[in-house]
Design a binder for this molecule. Structure first.
Ligand code: EPU
Length: 349
């Protein structure tokens, strides 16, 4: 366990905000977390890799961070403990919340287990994958999560959440809503496939694989390792590396609008990309921000990334106020041009 006071969070938020936590505690296992809980007072913030946070200033409370590690394939009695129904082509993998998400994806791909390859290179940690319901290239964490183990931060009791209890939706879960701040996730168990079924329908994924001349030559034998590599190539080409330029990935969520609203906008913008989803039509916020002329533009030391307008970047030394001003200006412009409210995906602390 590590514990510090007046601790700099610079290395714990990918936006690169140099703020301090009054108390910072990193625990290595559930027993340590249980022992910390009675000592908590005041505000508590549980962080993962800090890739979805914008600190507005110092945090006058306790920041908790999990260093629970381990990637373990479940078998025998462990399966019956959790009462899992498992088909012969499936495997269950229990992962510590403090594992780096992409290390787990690399592990799965190395073992030939399919399901998470489309989520390659998403920054952050395993615990946060279950809170944020991370998603990319046609796959969401909820598609592979079998259960989530968590500890109640009010009394140290453990609770196991079945996927259906997590109320997953696009970038949403019970842990971001009704139970926000109430539980610390300790382990997530994923259901992976020994005979992977590839999902290649999103955007330019197939085109990139074809360009790598893999799809045409091996077609059905395309491996999850090749898909992982293509996703890594796409992300590296489009998204800024937080180690080089502070950012938190997508800054906004893609809004879902009614069919009527979508059709009225489509009349003026026939080229507008869109996805049919439950409850309406999803329009990429990045496309709308781009149409507003914001791509590559800056306001003070905060800017809109020049290859993906959904991402706001810290040009170096930006204050949270500068980022928030840019955020509000963009929201206003999108509302004026399209009549649509867009909302940040990033959590403001
Ligand atoms: N587009 C533009 N201009 C832009 C950005 C996008 O015209 O500046 C267009 C693209 O050409 C495309 C459409 O908008 O037709 C969608 O763009 P993209 O495929 O890049 O995906 P996105 O909807 O902008 C979402 C996720 C990303 C994820 C990608 C791929 C959210 C909030 N973001 O972005 O997730 O990688 O899809 O699945 O849903 C993240 O969460 O940090 C993240 C990067």
């Amino acid at each position: 366990m590590k514990e510090y006071t007046d601790y700099s969070l610079l290395n714990h938020n990918t936006f690169g905000m140099d703020v301090k936590a009054k108390r910072y505690v990193e625990y290595d296992n559930e027993e340590e977390l249980k022992a910390i809980i009675p000592t908590l007072s005041g505000e508590v913030l549980h962080i993962g890799g800090g890739s979805n946070l914008l600190f507005k200033g110092d945090f006058d409370g306790t920041v908790l961070h999990s260093a629970i590690k381990g990637i373990e394939e479940l078998s025998g009695t462990q399966l019956s403990t959790f009462n899992f129904q498992l088909s012969t082509s499936e495997v269950l993998v229990r992962v510590g919340a403090g594992e780096v998400w992409d290390d787990f994806v690399a592990w799965a791909v190395d073992h030939g287990y399919g399901g998470v390859e489309n989520l390659s290179l998403i920054p952050g940690e395993v615990g946060a994958s279950a809170v944020q319901n991370i998603g990319a290239y046609g796959v969401e964490a909820k598609d592979v999560i079998a259960l989530v183990e968590a500890m109640d931060l009010s009394n140290g009791q453990k609770r196991v959440f079945r996927t259906e209890e997590c109320c997953y939706a696009y970038r949403q879960s019970i842990f971001k809503n009704e139970l926000k701040g109430k539980y610390a996730i300790t382990y997530v168990t994923y259901r992976l496939q020994k005979q992977p079924v590839l999902k290649l329908d999103y955007g330019n994924l197939k085109a990139v694989l074809e360009k790598n001349s893999q799809l045409s030559t091996v077609n059905c034998q395309l491996s999850i390792a090749q898909v992982r590599q293509a996703i890594i190539d796409i992300r590296n080409a489009k998204l800024p590396d937080p180690k080089v330029q502070g950012n938190a990935g997508s800054f906004f969520m893609n809004p879902v609008v009614s069919r009527e609203k979508f059709l009225s906008i489509q009349k003026d913008y026939p080229q507008m990309p869109f996805y049919e989803v439950e409850g309406g039509v999803k329009i990429p916020a990045g496309w709308m921000i781009d149409q507003c002329g914001w791509k590559g533009k800056s306001l003070g030391r905060a800017a809109v990334h020049d290859k993906q307008a959904l991402v706001l970047v810290n040009l170096g030394g930006a204050t949270s106020d500068e980022i928030l001003t840019l955020c509000h200006t963009i929201c206003k412009d999108v509302k004026e041009k399209f009549g649509i409210d867009i909302h940040p995906e990033v959590n403001f602390i």
